[in-house]
Design a protein around this ligand. Sequence first.
Ligand code: PGA
Length: 252
Amino acid sequence: MRKVLIAGNWKMNLNRQAAVSLVEAIVQRFASEGTVDLALCPPFVYLETLAPLLKDSSVALGAQNMYFEKSGAFTGEVSGEMLVDVGCRFVILGHSERRHILGETDAMINQKVHAALELGLRPILCVGELLAEREAGQTEAVVRQQMTGSLAGVSADQMPNIVIAYEPVWAIGTGKVATPEQAQSVHADLRRMIEECYNAQVAGAVRIQYGGSVKPENAKELLSLEDVDGALVGGASLKVEDFLGIVAGVPK
Ligand code: PGA
């Protein structure tokens, strides 16, 4: 049985006070019954402030990105070691905003995946097609390229530490959520690709989250799909009612 992982991707939102209030409210109200893992990924500058608030809770801290080098002259970058140092357990890698706005390639993301795994940080590796790619019937080819390119050289032993997030780019922040059929179909494709590259056991163990306009209203249906093992939540992770409303949609 794969344990559901709901992760909040705050992106470049909130200020320190709002971040503290949100974390306090989530920690206070999230009653872990052991059926769901929760992670919060705030902006870098708030990680250290929020880490102590999460320390004794069942909610994990994650970051939204990292650089693959350990240290050195890389102005503006943050290393995986720094993330571990402040208490992160997850790191989102290859988010579509980083691929499409910041120009990240599969090769760069692959280096980041290896650097994170070496440090014991769990990558949440994002893949997903543009609307034009979906309309051109290229969804499977695009996510295959992104996933295999980003996971190149990752061993079967390392795979249980990887989380995949399928996020169709046309569904991110648009309110246009994928239909259950669209989501299940791509998730099943991804699991089949993992089986081809590794084996059935690895494919059965890797968690594949859905992301893109997940809300309390659609979470239950998405999270009940066979190959959907959680959600990566952007906008709706910024409000406690919405985020915990999504968590409440996890099948018992
Ligand atoms: P959204 O973002 O929930 O606001 O669509 C999801 C994401 O980009 O991770």
